[in-house]
Write a protein that binds this ligand. Structure first.
Ligand code: DAT
Ligand code: MG
Length: 153
């Protein structure tokens, strides 16, 4: 079933020059980029985005890190987009992430794992609403999509 997921290139991804590489991998996978913007997120926005981690030992460090520099926020659409993107990213800890995944190929520290991707369609909706207005999501069709899978439309 077609889904839209929220993806964010974190401050480390931006500082390390991996913006193009992350976009390249998602684009080449066949997903459709429907929104993109660069921003520096506020503490308030960081708290809302990562509210399920409040109180955990790494929470304050996560707040400091995610607000430390610009991020690139995106919406990607496609069949099973949420789980497909999690597979392209790899597991949370880059040291455990297999080669061939973004985190497995470019990361080593769990606190600096380059990219965020929603973990369920429900989180995706909540995160997309936090970062984008409805008008900022631009839908269109890539030329081969009508011939691939019915559920991409
Ligand atoms: P994911 O980003 O794979 O969804 P998560 O939601 O469990 O992972 O955690 C959110 C972020 O918090 C994660 O990308 C990096 C940071 N984090 C998670 N566990 C951590 C830990 N044990 N130490 C330091 N940072 C951690
Ligand atoms: Mg998460």
């Amino acid at each position: 079933m077609r889904e839209t997921s929220f993806v964010m290139i974190k401050p480390d991804g931006v500082q390390r020059g991996l913006v193009g590489e992350v976009i390249r991998r998602l684009e080449a996978k066949g997903l459709r980029l429907v929104a993109l913007k660069m921003l520096r997120i506020s503490r308030e926005m960081a708290e809302t985005h990562y509210r399920e981690h409040q109180g955990k030992p790494f929470y304050e460090g996560l707040m400091d890190f995610i607000t430390s520099g610009p991020v690139v926020a995106m919406a990607w659409r496609g069949p099973k987009a949420v789980s497909v993107i999690r597979k392209v990213m790899g597991p949370t800890d880059p040291a455990e992430a297999p080669p061939g995944t973004i985190r497995g190929d470019y990361g080593l520290d769990v606190g600096q794992n380059i990219v965020h991707g929603s973990d369920s369609p429900e989180s995706a909706q909540r995160e997309l609403d936090l970062f984008f207005s409805t008008e900022e999501l631009v839908d269109y069709t890539r030329s081969l999509e009508p011939w691939v899978a019915e559920d991409f439309k």
